[in-house]
Design a protein around this ligand. Sequence first.
Ligand code: NAD
Ligand code: UDP
Length: 313
Amino acid sequence: MPQRILVTGGAGFLGSHLCEALLDKGHEVICLDNFFTGQKKNVVHLLSNPYFELIRHDVTMPFFIEADEIYNLACPASPVHYQYNGIKTIKTSVMGAINMLGLAKRIQAKVLQASTSEVYGDPEVHPQPENYWGHVNPIGPRACYDEGKRCAEALFVNYHRQNNVRIKIARIFNTYGPRMHPNDGRVVSNFIVQALKGDDITIYGDGEQTRSFCYVDDLIRGLISLMESPDSFTGPVNIGNPTEFSMKELATMVLNLTGSKSKVVFLPAPEDDPQQRQPDITLVGEKLGWKPLVVPDEGLKKTIEYFRKLLSK
Ligand code: NAD
Ligand code: UDP
C-alpha cells in the first residue's frame, strides 16, 4: 500500500537514492534537508513528480507533518564535513533523533535511524557483529559523530521501550556510488576524482587500514527491506558489503579501472582512524534475507562513469 514517507537528509548522497527508490515503489515522499552537505541538484530530477516534496528545514528544530514512515538520514557523513562543526554534528544527531522520535510518537509513524559502523569505533573485534559494544574515543576528533550516533541509538531504544515507538536501527558500513559529493573527502570519491584529474592519489597513513565498501543500490534495498520488516525486528542491524580491502588495494583498483597515470603519495594518518572494518552480515541475512549483489569492480565502474561525466561538465 502506498505510504507517505518523510526522508530527512533526503538531498544527500544516500537520501537522494532512497527518495528515488521509494517513489519508484509508488510511495509519496517528503524530502527534508538543510543542504549542509546535500544539494538540490541531487533531487532536481524528482521535483516534477507530484508525489515528491522538498522542504528546507534543519532537523535540530522541531518539525510536524503527517507521515506513515520516517527515515532519519540527516547528518553529515564524511569525516571532513562532520568535523567542520563538531557541536552542530552532535546537535544534528541528538536533537534530530529527539525531534524525529517525538514526531513518530505523536503521529504513530515507524522511524528508521541511519546509524553507522562508527559506533564500533576502531574495533578490536573483527568482523564486527551487532553485539560488539565498540571501542570509541569519547574525546577524539571523531567523537562528535561516533558519540552523536551512539546517543541517537540510545534515544531510539528508549523511545521504543518507554513509548512503544516502532523503531528500526540500521548500522550502515562505508557506502559509495553516484552522487557522492566530489569534495567531501571520503576515500572512494577522493581517489576517483584524483585519478580522473591526473592528480596524486592521497593515501593517509601506510594504506594498510581496511574498509569494506557497499554499492549504494544494495544499501538502499537493505534500508527499505528493514523498514518493511515486522515491527518485532528493531535492529540494530549491520548493512554493508563484507568484501574487505586495504586503502592501498583500493588505490590500485581505481588506477586500473580509470587507466590513470596518477602517482600514489602517502600523507599522515588522521587521528583515531579505524584500522580495520568489516560488517558481520549474518543477522541481516537471517532476518531480511538481504545480501549485497554488486561486486566492487562493477560498482566502482559505475561510480567512475558518474564522476567522469560530472568532471567533463
Ligand atoms: P550526505 O552528507 O551526502 O547526506 C547527509 C544529508 O543530511 C545532506 O543532504 C545534508 O545536507 C543533510 N543534513 C545534514 N545536517 C542536517 C540538518 N541539521 N538538518 C537537515 N538536514 C541535514 O551523507 P550520506 O552518505 O548520504 O549519509 C546519510 C546518512 O547515512 C547519515 O546519517 C550518515 O551518518 C549515514 N551513514 C552513511 C554512510 C556512508 O558510507 N555513506 C555510512 C554510515 C552511515
Ligand atoms: N583515506 C585515504 N585517502 C583519502 C581519504 C581517506 O587514505 O584521500 C582513508 C582514511 O584515512 C580511512 C579510509 O580511507 O582510513 C576511509 O576514509 P573515509 O573518510 O572514506 O571513511 P571512514 O574513515 O569514515 O570510514
